[in-house]
Design a protein around this ligand. Sequence first.
Ligand SMILES: [Fe+2]
Length: 240
Amino acid sequence: MNSDLVRSWSVGGTTANARNFDSTTLWRVEKPDSGVELDTTWRMLQAVGAAPRGMQEGILRQPNFLSDDDFANLTQIARRIRPSAVPIEGPYGQGRLWTRFPSFSPAVELLASEKTASRVSELVGEQVVSAHDEGLELRVYTPGSSMDWHTDELLYAAPQYELVLTLWNSSDSRTEWRDADGRIQGEWTAPRSALLVRAESAAHRVTRITHGERVIVKAVYTPTLARPLTWDDEDLGEYI
Ligand SMILES: [Fe+2]
């Protein structure tokens, strides 16, 4: 059995390790070198190949993320719930609105589906599942809205991925991020394009909008549903 260390990351100040066993990966959160298991949740995940180059930096752009029909259906649902969006405050964002898709919505069914999770898995280079607990959110940027520089907080025992799928965008906003060399990259996010952002990786922001509207769907995918050891449900801050 091959027990090469393939990944490690910090969990509440403790380093967690993932070890690869042949064609599958077993995730085990343990104290380094001690063998003490801190998280009894083990997941056996099929290896899905190396992450694309962009994902190695913690952020990946993907045009035409959904099929024409799926995107049209999702946008139609989003336009129906758009009027229910209300202001959301947080340490990084200004002037944004949000609402949540009902749990029974076909939009949730689509983005939590095995088909979509498999698509995300291919893109990020590891198998992930939909993080239902985080819900499916509609986020609305109007004139004056922005999001300051930040990295997404760790919500699970392994870094989760945030999917930001642009539905419509008549705004002049740019989404920017720092690449591995520390340079700022950025773009206007086109409708149907997706950004996948790994927690605790690339710093990113959304520049202030002066006109128009940018509406996105936010969904979360994760290699494990186990929470970090220090997890506190009351402490779920804004992290997007
Ligand atoms: Fe974010």
